[in-house]
Design a protein. Structure first.
Length: 298
């Protein structure tokens, strides 16, 4: 039987330990992502031996993140049986989510022709070469360089690392961003703002990295991220006032330069199915996308 609980900040050490075994590149396989979005997705976690199981309930069923941790094929079979039992006890159908191509291969070997795998394009993560996003060299990045050059023409701007001394200003900027973007009328932006606030409130306990931009001493953009695995950095939050031309490309470049230049890749997460966001992410020319699937029992 699986014993699920709320995700608390004190769970970080053991969750990080299990996630490290898997070295997955998906944003779901990061404690910060699970923690700051837990309320939005109704997520709970369970530990079974050296395996992490994440469950989210919805009207359509019970969604279980493909397990992470250290386990054999026999143990994976066992955990999938336990997941099935848990869903039955809830009166729900079980869906395995967040499965990459590697996970599909493993499930097919264990359960030939038992599952249908449905691609979920809105959850594909965008993976970029860090060096490319810092240098922005080449014709394909010319539009981004134009925006940055415009920002550089602004006087009295500077970059700062997020610290105890300035983190409150990021919270205030997040609140202003929410007002300017009418979060009260948009559930998606409202939840994004709440997740950002939770990241800022637990910034130091989560051991996050952050950077901000000032213009005339006012915070006009900030970004938050952390190492995801051995070669990939993940950006959880990127906020800027869009009325300031070039603010978004500038915080993107400066944050990676100062905090992630030692990594090969950066995961800038998914587009949540938003066409505008998808266009913006594709404009940065991703190295590849982390394809994700849902497994449905035939």
């Amino acid at each position: 039987m699986l014993d699920f609980k709320n995700i608390e900040i004190t769970d970080k050490p053991w969750v990080d330990e299990l996630l490290k075994y898997s070295q997955f590149k998906g944003t779901e396989y990061c404690f910060t992502s699970l923690f700051i979005w837990a309320n939005f997705y109704n997520s709970l976690i369970s530990r079974y031996n050296d395996i992490l199981i994440v469950r989210s309930l919805s009207e359509t069923g019970a969604d279980y993140l493909y397990p992470a941790g250290k386990f054999s094929d026999i143990e994976l079979k066992n955990i999938l049986n336990l997941i099935s039992e848990d869903a039955v006890n809830l009166g729900k159908s079980a869906n395995i989510i967040g499965i990459t191509n590697e996970g599909i291969s493993r499930l097919e070997n264990l359960f030939p022709q038992k599952f249908s795998f449905i691609p979920v394009r809105s959850s594909y993560d965008y993976i970029y070469c860090v060096e490319n996003l810092i240098s922005l060299t080449g014709k394909k990045y010319q539009p981004k360089r134009n925006f940055i050059n415009h920002f550089l023409s602004i006087e009295n701007w500077k970059y700062e690392e997020i610290s105890l001394e300035n983190i409150r200003e990021c919270t205030e900027m997040n609140n202003k961003w929410c007002e300017e973007n009418y979060c009260i009328h948009n559930i998606s932006k409202q939840s994004e703002s709440c997740a950002t606030r939770k990241a800022l409130e637990n910034f130091f306990q989560l051991k996050l990295k952050g950077g901000l931009l000032r213009v005339d001493n006012q915070v006009i953009a900030f970004s938050i991220g952390e190492p995801l695995n051995n070669d990939t950095f993940i950006v959880h939050v990127e906020k800027a006032f869009s009325r300031i031309k070039g603010a978004y490309p500038m915080i993107n470049r400066e944050f990676l330069f100062h905090e992630a230049s030692s990594f090969k890749y950066v995961n800038r997460e998914d587009d949540a199915g938003d066409e505008g966001l998808r266009k913006a992410k594709l404009a940065y020319n991703p190295e590849y996308l982390v394809e994700k699937y849902n497994a449905i029992l035939k």
